[in-house]
Design a protein around this ligand. Structure first.
Ligand SMILES: [Zn+2]
Length: 392
């Protein structure tokens, strides 16, 4: 393979420039969040909010909710300028095709969901900590895992708050996918068309849920850009995730990571090591809310690197599964190239550890090796671009 010496194509160079700026915006956004929490506590606002919450209600869970709401409002307002930059970036590179009003509506919806789900996480941690002083962190980790399982299961519904998500109407494609799923021995549930083309040119396919709650989603951009054979190859990759129980394995690892993070925070709470609280009152101290959220956010960041390593292994396994199920790698190769062009997400092998997918050049090289061994060489001779994708 010639991936290391291939000069970047225009598309790859543009993608690399976009990815670099997007990553920079992500890092600045994290720093802005960090600064917002530190500033919120440094000015003593968190103390005033906790006194206010105790003055207006005797319910501990409502007091926690009020403290979380104030923190969420400060974080959302501080992060807004960086989030706006991400919007302009996507517009400039032609990825986001909707207007500022559409983006703002999506931004508010996303932050509304962050308010609800973040609130649930904070409530679970604090109420479990108060009700079960010894094992509250363990029950909180279990409840977090159940909540994440529910989110995975409910993803089609969550996405439908932003985009039309409807059962796949193309009967020929639906029948082809159903045949493929039957061949894989996988129960797919409803196959959905996720209509994102009015907002973005990006394309993606994903599988959500486990068991009977499993769903496959294909973006309308994927269906229109790829040939039916290429769509089938990408769907076969998703079926690989199902057949090899990747979602269940990921949720299991997620549960272990939750135990480690919450066990660590619980240790810090009981030893008075959470900097936002000046007294050692345990989980009953409302001033812990911003400190808890900061430690949780940092713990999740590191936990995601571990999850990404598992995910990259799963991606390689699902790729191989796709080639074996369809009996060829040719359409996978051309389909993956089209997805990379559409999504503009590019990264080098050296930064792979941050991503949930292996570098696309590596995936294409493995696919071409399979194609050669399978006698499909003629269709797979084009040199792969040295790029990678965060999709499919
Ligand atoms: Zn995948």
């Amino acid at each position: 393979m010639t991936t290391a010496t291939t000069p970047p194509t225009d598309q790859a160079a543009t993608g690399r420039a976009f990815t670099k700026r997007l990553r920079w915006a992500g890092e600045v956004q994290f720093l802005a969040l960090f600064a917002a929490i530190v500033g919120y506590c440094g000015t003593g606002l968190h103390q005033r909010v906790s006194v206010f919450a105790q003055a207006i209600t005797r319910s501990f869970s409502l007091q926690v909710a009020l403290c979380w709401f104030a923190l969420w409002a400060v974080c959302t307002a501080t992060v807004f300028p960086v989030a706006s930059y991400s919007f302009f970036l996507q517009r400039r590179f032609g990825l986001f095709t909707g207007g500022p009003r559409v983006w703002l509506r999506d931004y508010l919806k996303t932050n509304g969901l962050a308010l609800i789900f973040g609130g649930a996480l904070v409530e679970i941690a604090f109420c479990s900590g108060v009700l079960l002083p010894s094992y509250g962190w363990l029950s909180a980790a279990l409840l977090y895992t159940i909540l994440f399982l529910w989110i995975t299961r409910s993803l089609p519904w969550i996405l439908s708050l932003f985009y039309p998500v409807i059962p796949l109407g193309d009967t020929t494609l639906r029948e082809a996918i159903t045949r493929l799923a039957a061949k894989a021995g996988v129960r797919t549930g409803t196959i959905y068309e996720w209509r994102i083309s009015e907002r973005t040119r990006q394309a993606n396919a994903l599988v959500t849920g486990v068991g009977a709650a499993r769903r496959i989603l294909l973006t309308d951009t994927l269906i229109s850009r790829l040939t039916p054979e290429e769509v089938e190859a990408i769907v076969a990759h998703e079926l690989g995730h199902c057949a090899l129980h990747h979602i269940a394995k990921k949720i299991l690892l997620q549960g272990v990571i939750f135990c480690v993070i919450l066990g660590g925070i619980n240790f810090a709470v009981h030893r008075g090591l959470v900097w936002s609280a000046d007294e050692n009152l345990g989980w009953a101290d409302l001033k812990l809310v911003p400190g808890f959220f900061l430690y949780w956010t940092c713990g999740r960041l590191y936990g995601n690197f571990i999850l990404a390593a598992l995910s990259r292994r799963h991606e390689r396994e699902a790729d191989l599964y796709s080639w074996k199920l369809t009996g060829r790698a040719e359409f996978f190769i051309t389909g993956l190239r089209k997805l990379t062009d559409a999504n503009l997400i590019v990264f080098d092998k050296g930064s792979e550890w941050k991503f949930a997918h292996p570098a696309t050049a590596e995936r294409l090289a493995a696919a071409e090796q399979f194609a050669r061994a399978n006698g499909e060489l003629a269709a797979a001779t084009q040199t792969p671009a040295a790029v990678g994708s965060e999709n499919n």
